[in-house]
Design a protein around this ligand. Structure first.
Ligand SMILES: [Cu+2]
Length: 125
């Protein structure tokens, strides 16, 4: 009886490892592409940033900060999820970005409940 109880332990540990490393657990919302593109030097300010992720996201728990070179945060309107593409986050700008370089710090909650974050830069001529 005692032996049976102990022999269940390695099985439980294996199950925990299997869950932790299963493809589903690794399928967080990773940033796949963005507009303006990372490291792009665009001619003029976009009206909005668009970030496309590998999974659908929850806009209410997702957000973006746009920091100018002097670390000042640029004003952005409330982020939206693209109506027909639930893995796409739209970040409307309240006013055009002046020439300069910008760091975009993003964080999202994917529909599977995982949070991810990252950053990239682009610049406006
Ligand atoms: Cu995930």
């Amino acid at each position: 009886m005692l032996k049976t109880r102990f022999s269940a332990l390695p099985g439980a540990a294996a199950l925990v490892l299997a869950v932790a490393f299963s493809p589903a657990a690794l399928a967080h919302a990773h940033l796949k592409s963005q507009y303006p593109a990372a490291n792009a030097n665009v001619e003029a300010s976009p009206q909005a940033l668009t970030l496309t992720f590998s999974e659908d996201i929850e806009p209410a728990f997702s957000g973006v900060d746009i920091l100018a070179a002097n670390q000042q945060a640029m004003p952005v309107a409330e982020v939206e999820r693209a109506p027909k593409q639930h893995n796409q986050l739209i970040v409307p700008l309240e006013k055009p970005l002046p020439a300069g370089s910008y760091q975009v710090n993003w964080h999202v909650l994917s529909v599977d409940g995982h949070r991810t974050k990252g950053s990239y830069t682009f610049s406006v001529k």
